[in-house]
Ligand binder design. Structure first.
Ligand code: 3SK
Length: 519
């Protein structure tokens, strides 16, 4: 434990710990090359110097709209080393979401992958945002004379030698967490949290070691991916494999075959798709020793089928953006498929009923967690902070029960939010997109399990008078939503209905729709 008055900078900690013993070993492999720990540290120092050289000051925010390449660790750690607060954002977001984040965070600058620049510029225009834009183009294929290139800035910068004099409880970075109203919340994490998650989960539970090679299909902008592919490998002196493109079953199959990770971090949908993909390598071509799953509960059958096929366990757990990483998990060598396991040592959990009382053993309750990696607060959202961060305890919004052995079993959400492929989706947001269609009067969205027992959005739609329901219209509505929201959010099924169940005050009773679906 660090005294709150001591100086502590987590970027310096994560880099320096590797320099003396393994500076020459490979820290990062991305689509374009390989970086040793020493080369990464030099690049981070140069980036820190470059950001300060642009006029950014400690405690100001910089948005990172970056694909998974060497530039993500460079910019993320470089900002932190300079005391600047990076905000990685979801690279699948449409312009409207970036516009919201730019206005809400009041970031002074943004570092943007060239592939995402057009969307980002649209967002900047929508938000009237006039901060500094730096473009990441590590392959040098899309130079844009209007903006500084990160590579050029890094090459010309005076490297920062000494980390900014940050303290353990200082704001270190933010992640935007989705909310049930559809507006993401800036979740403010402090300097110590990244290394604590590595100690408690990666080293304590997974036993991550120096000779591991880690590949995370979850991208670095997610809390899950950030730990898996950046801070966990750095903390353990292991190698991380990064891939800028989408983690399709084809791409992941190739990475598992060619980059030979020993640890693979995925989500249930992906494990299920890999199992039926023609390119998925036979087990003798794999180097895996362990897999992890999070984002949504791993169906038992998928876990069993994966182990039967590969000989490797999937360690399923639950984490949250608010707690930064996994706090309840299975244990390697003792995995109980169909459960989320038990609390990670260092965290305490409890299940509470609607009155806030501790639920009786075996009963369903909302999970609350107490541990050292809880976010400090949500930026600019005092009421939401007060409802989530209850002193030492943090509400998760997830319902669980315990089996006889004390394992936690996921029983759904306490609110209407759903997770699709491990990513939060707000029903309200999909409904608003549907209602924006000229033929739609009202819409309600719930999560429904597909044939693999994985949750996907289903929409119930009331059409405007005179509009005739048809399969073509259903397809058109799906296309309409895809064009407005991140692609994974579109409703996979559309049911045309004459009315929706509502409360006396007109709120949609989504639980009634869920009960109808389950019947
Ligand atoms: O969704 C999860 O279970 C999760 C795991 C690790 C970090 C963050 C999240 C949201």
């Amino acid at each position: 434990a660090l005294d709150g008055t001591a100086l502590y900078n987590c970027a310096a900690d994560l880099l320096d710990r590797n320099l003396a013993e393994r500076g020459g070993r490979v820290a990062i492999v991305d689509d374009g090359g390989t970086w040793t720990f020493a080369a990464l540290a030099r690049r981070v120092d140069a980036c820190a110097g470059a950001l300060l050289g642009l006029g950014l000051e400690a405690e100001q925010r910089v948005v990172l709209c970056l694909l998974d390449t060497i530039d993500f660790p460079t910019a993320f750690l470089g900002a932190i080393k300079a005391g600047i607060v990076p905000i990685p954002v979801n690279t699948l977001f449409p312009a409207a979401d970036y516009a919201y984040i730019l206005a809400d965070s009041r970031a002074k600058a943004a570092i943007v992958s060239s592939e995402l620049l057009a969307t980002f510029l649209d967002a900047a225009r929508q938000a009237g945002w006039a901060g500094t834009i730096v473009v990441s183009d590590p392959r040098g294929t899309a130079p844009d004379p209007r903006f500084a290139a990160l590579d050029a800035l890094v090459a010309a910068a005076t490297p920062l030698q000494n980390a900014a004099p940050t303290r353990p409880d200082d704001a270190c970075f933010w992640l935007y967490s989705s909310g049930s109203t559809g507006k993401p919340k800036g979740t403010v994490h402090v300097q110590t949290s990244l290394v604590r998650t590595a100690e408690l989960f990666a080293q304590g539970v997974l036993g991550l070691r120096e000779d591991d090679v880690v590949y995370s299909a979850a991208k670095l902008f997610f809390a899950y991916g950030l730990g898996n592919a950046l801070t966990f490998p750095l903390a353990a002196g292991a190698t991380a494999v990064l891939h800028a493109g989408r983690a399709t079953p084809y791409a992941v199959s190739r990475i598992l075959r060619d980059a030979k990770p020993t640890v693979f971090c995925g989500v249930p949908t992906l494990f299920a798709s890999l199992l039926v993909h023609p390119e998925f390598p036979p087990r003798e071509r794999l180097a895996l020793r362990l897999c992890t799953s999070a984002g949504e509960a791993l169906p038992e059958e998928i876990g069993r089928a994966w182990t039967a096929r590969t000989g490797v366990e999937i360690v399923d757990g639950i984490g949250s953006t608010e707690m930064l990483h996994i706090f309840v998990s299975n244990r390697p060598g003792a995995v109980r498929y169909g459960t989320t396991g038990t609390p990670v040592p260092g965290y305490a959990v409890r299940l509470v009923d609607e009155t806030g009382a501790i639920a009786a053993f075996g009963e369903i309750g909302e999970l609350e967690v107490n541990g050292p990696t809880s976010a400090a607060y949500y930026w600019n959202a005092r009421e939401k902070s007060r409802r989530t961060f209850l002193g030492e305890w943090t509400r998760t919004g997830d319902k669980f029960r315990q089996d006889q052995d004390g394992n936690f079993i996921h029983c759904g959400r306490a609110d209407d939010m759903l997770k699709v492929g491990g990513i939060w989706v707000s029903p309200g947001e999909v409904e608003s997109a549907l209602v924006a269609h000229e033929h739609v009067l009202e819409a309600a969205v719930i999560g429904v399990c597909d044939e693999q027992d994985l949750v996907k959005p289903k929409a119930f739609v009331i059409l405007k008078p005179g509009v005739v329901p048809s399969d073509e219209l259903a397809d058109a509505l799906k296309v309409h939503v895809k064009a407005r929201l991140a692609p994974y959010k579109y409703p996979r099924w559309i049911a045309f209905v004459d009315e929706l169940p509502k409360t006396a005050t007109g709120k949609i009773r989504r639980h009634v729709l869920r009960a109808q679906e389950d019947a």
